[in-house]
Design a protein around this ligand. Structure first.
Ligand code: SF4
Length: 341
């Protein structure tokens, strides 16, 4: 392959001979000279590690922010969404496997520089930029450069991610990211090991705590897969962790699984299981629990915690702001809402 421009990766060290070790995420891959990384976004060329995904994208769309899903941050606005190639996990059920499991060396990728991204956001009248579709953190360098430029231009940055990154690079992203939806794939390390290919849950939990403590607006998604992560006990353990370690106002999205990629042998999640997960989490005390991917028009409403008025109503991706005031308070009773506008 002929590379037009190569961007040297950050967070790696030289090892024996021309081997390098990537220190961007907890996988800490040792990559031999001329080899592609496990996440397929980085490559060792003659003893230097390059970020192949820099400026190279598979998908660029203006999406409703609710599609991320992010419900409590700038509701009803559009987010300019960029997806690249590769991932540091290899989930057997990946819905986006056609981009997440391919190499950033693939032909036909779309070139988008950080400056191009600003022009695209402006043309599409978006308020935010979302790093999404594949795992964005493996393109750390592009997020860092584009995110800084986005802030200078008045746009907010949204990360839609599996949350698997090492502490040092995360520290650099904290001032850049404004909101994040982190995918909690299950609440057991065994699931992570067996289904995603890496036991990353402990790192991800720690990263979510750090992001929340640093003032990033956090929402969490959990895709419920029959028999693998949908037991009432596991859902209750997850909800208890959110309540006790994060807080009860963090919005949670339980989503329905459909067979994809290498996981064709399991049926779609029964609707009842998803609705029951919502009940369990609400019983634990979580305030904002939503459902996703259900096979009918979904209504996800947010009500005022004080007077019960409807603040925001969502029917699929159509959003109606009802009693949510522009000051972020309930227009009926003045109670502060848990929205970032
Ligand atoms: S970012 Fe990619 S190359 Fe680096 S440690 Fe993680 S999986 Fe390996």
């Amino acid at each position: 392959m002929i590379y037009l421009t190569l961007y040297e990766a950050e967070y790696y060290e030289r090892r024996e001979g021309k081997d390098v070790q990537c220190l961007l995420c907890p996988r800490k891959c040792i990559i031999k000279s001329e080899d592609l990384s496990d996440c397929k976004a980085r490559k060792n060329i003659d003893g230097k590690l390059y970020a192949l995904g820099y400026n190279r994208f598979t998908s660029v769309h203006a999406d409703p922010i609710e599609k991320k899903p992010v419900y409590h941050f700038k509701p009803g606005t559009n987010s300019m969404s960029f997806g690249a190639a590769g991932c540091n996990l290899h989930c057997a059920h990946c819905q986006n496997w056609s981009i997440s499991q391919i190499s950033a060396e693939s032909n036909n990728l779309i070139t988008v520089t950080p400056q191009n991204a600003m022009d695209i956001i402006r043309k599409n009248n978006c308020d935010t930029i979302a790093y999404t579709y594949n795992e964005p953190l493996i393109n750390f360098e592009w997020i860092k450069d584009t995110g800084k430029l986005a802030h200078q231009n008045g746009y907010a940055n949204i990360l839609v991610s599996n949350g698997l990154i090492n502490a040092k690079p995360l520290q650099e992203l904290l001032p850049i990211i404004d909101a994040a939806n982190i995918d909690i794939k299950a609440f057991t390390e065994d699931f992570y090991k067996d289904v995603t290919g890496f036991p990353g849950l402990k790192h991800i939990k720690k990263n979510v705590v750090t992001m929340l403590q640093e003032g990033i607006h956090i929402e969490l998604t959990m895709l419920l897969i029959p028999t693998l992560n949908d037991s009432p006990e596991e859902i209750e353990a997850f909800a208890n962790w959110v309540k006790e370690t994060l807080n009860s106002k963090v919005p949670i999205h339980f989503s329905r699984f459909y067979p994809h990629y290498k996981m064709q042998h399991l049926p779609p999640t029964p609707v009842e299981t998803v609705l029951n997960a919502k009940k369990i989490a609400e019983k634990v005390g979580l305030r904002y629990v939503y459902t996703g991917n259900l096979p009918y028009s979904e209504i996800n409403t947010t009500t005022c915690q004080n007077c019960g008025s409807t603040l925001v109503e969502r029917v699929n991706y159509t959003v109606k702001i009802i009693e949510l005031g522009i000051d972020g308070n309930c227009r009926k009773c003045g109670e502060p809402s848990d929205f970032h506008l």
